[in-house]
Design a protein around this ligand. Sequence first.
Ligand code: Z16
Length: 833
Amino acid sequence: IEASIPQPLRETWRKLAATEFKGKEEFQREVVRHVETTLARSMYNCDDLAAYSGTALAVRDKLVVSWNKTQQHQTLQDQKRIYYLSLEFLMGRTLDNSLLNTGIKDTAREGVGELGFRIEDVIDKEHDAALGNGGLGRLAACFLDSLATLNYPAWGYGLRYRYGIFKQEIVDGYQVEVPDYWLDFNPWEFPRHDVCVDIMFYGYVTKVSDNDGKISHLWEGGEIVQAIAYDVPIPGYETSTTNNLRLWSSKPSSGEFDFQKFNSGDYEGSIREQQKAETISAVLYPNDNISAGKELRLKQQYFWVAASLHDIVRRFKKSHRPWKEFPDQVAIQLNDTHPTLAIVELQRIFIDIEGLTWDQSWDIVTRTFGYTNHTVLPEALEKWSVPLFQSLLPRHLQIIYEINLYFLQGVEKKFPKDRDMLQRVSIIEESQPQVIRMAYLAIIGSHKVNGVAELHSDLIKATIFKDFIAVFGPDKFTNVTNGITPRRWLHQANPKLSDLIASKLGGYDFLKDLNLLKGLEQWVDDKEFRKEWMEIKLAAKIRLAKYIRDTTQIAVNPHSLFDIQVKRIHEYKRQQMNIFGVIYRYLRLKQMKPEELKKQVPRASIFGGKAAPGYWMAKTIIRLITAVGEVVNTDKDIGDLLKVVFIEDYNVSKAEIIIPASDISEHISTAGTEASGTSNMKFVLNGGLIIGTCDGANIEITREIGEDNIFLLGHLAEDVEELRHQHRFGKVEMDPKLRLVCDAIEAGQFGDPNIYNGLISALTTGCDYYLVSDDFSSYLATQDLVDTTFKDKEDWATKSIMSVANMGFFSADRAINEYADTIWNVEPTPQKK
Ligand code: Z16
């Protein structure tokens, strides 16, 4: 308030207010000005990187103008805001996306062209913002795009990691992790040194009673770390709404380190102490679907949650509304259990700081939060040790015990004398040591819990959260099937396809209303259209083949069938089944006579994805893929008939090149394990067909595009339990074709077989938990069907076009509107231009 300019002077400000550049010349002027003044370079030393920097700074100025207006507008409107709390935002690159969303890509192309640069080269200089592991982080990024595009007043809250997900190098066929220091030049963030919050860890709790005997709790004496806000503008597509992503960075608290106190001899020691504070936001934990339970991770979670809630509560207080209206102004969505502490922290703020009663406070808290579950895998469910909590967050542990007590009292009333039930639903698991089940806490503290695809939402109700249906009734649980932003995953990644679609649908409205794709069905028999459609696919394959040749020296024939599996490496995603299938194909080709070989469909098996650094089995799978490549790719008998490629360091910007180039992509998780998957949607939207299991969103994709347009294989989720039981307690023979594959590996056909002992024993003594053997024959037969179908180019083109035409449902816009309707109870607020 004190920083506000007095009324009489505001006219002067208004006259001088920054404006967005208009047209090519003003854009160029801004680029050159930034190159010359911000970067202190000139036309004599302007390389692609400097051109990128100048362009990014010019575009950023434009974003900032609309961002300021939007924030001002939303503050004045003062309606309910959505806060999306996520430990991961896998944004990828920003320049191209900003150019497209603000409608100035053509201006920029011509503008930088006349300055001597190709826009593609300029765009290619940007470093990915890789603050996420995989699906969950990329979903958060797609949701931000949709929230802004649909004009919802929404903020993302996350951590500003100094190191994002590691860069993957393949050395001698093995994954090696290299740190991803990405902040050298990041024009898309704005440090807000004035927005800072002190966050406490450790310490102790004392009870004090006031004159009326009212008891309150003091949490004191801990270590204090400061959170500094960094803001990132999030522009919507073809709208003036530019939302905010606020990322917190940790640093030593100013009051904490009194240099006088330090022995002057231990100056270095005092600096080391300060650096400890910075480690909190130093690095993203590189695990997808695995919880490692490390203290630093819990510190990250509390640090981020406490800073965000402080910010949200401060903003609410400015409106001077009564506390009970908090849920009318604030919807907080918990992206997985990572931010579950927010429930406890808000209860603590209300009770210990704002003086509300427990019941008043708990009512507000539970009306504020929604919780999204993204997995049923036991190794991914977060459980924090009670002793760790006791030392790091003693007051929060007390509050959790109290939440649990009241909750269990309610359960006891509903199910009298059911001791087993009380044990099963308790937030505290009675293990050694005791642990806190974060998912249970998230359910109890939220008004809605959702899964991310229909099958997954059904499964959580039937399995891991079954008892909570009995306690709360079914209405607390719902489904919101994931979606993807068509702006990045069609228009940006595949501009030629987007342009072709626009030429037939009469414009680009489909990018905002993806159901309009349905109009493509009318063109499915149009010869010229079909030809252009398949030419665009071929061009994307040629581009990828060139990328593969430049980076791996492997020559892939663009006319071969491109079979792609790119995603995090995980046993449940079954890259091992894929590579076993490739080995089987290779063994079969080696047996064939020349006339038989002529009839085979040439195929390129393309893999990509990172393994968590501590996940040995996943790393072994990568080693097998590269080893098979070494043998197959140099086998003169095989030639183009089979190539095996592992693309290093799969990330968002590589996905934008890879996804448009698939004929077939693989989504072959053991049924019931992949909550949704989102790359399946991206591939189909780009005219690729998929081979997949009846799992996650594959099922709904089948429903939308029709079962003739998808290659399904394998057992159903409902059969999995029984099959696993048989593996454990009966004698089950390995599939004979898989036996042949294992024999070839064990005979040393792909190098030292000892490397793969773990992989093979998982199928035998490990009881084949992921059912690779059970699904193998179905997988091979389905791959044969893929080959046969691919030979009929006309049939293939029809399948491709009809699939894209029916993908409207998978827009993230649809998903966001469902969240707004069924969970957040908010309406969009478009602003006038
Ligand atoms: C993650 O990426 C996912 C789940 C999870 O519990 C943790 C992480 Cl880091 C993924 C799911 O595996 C995937 O099926 C889903 O599509 C994605 O989250 C977004 O919901």
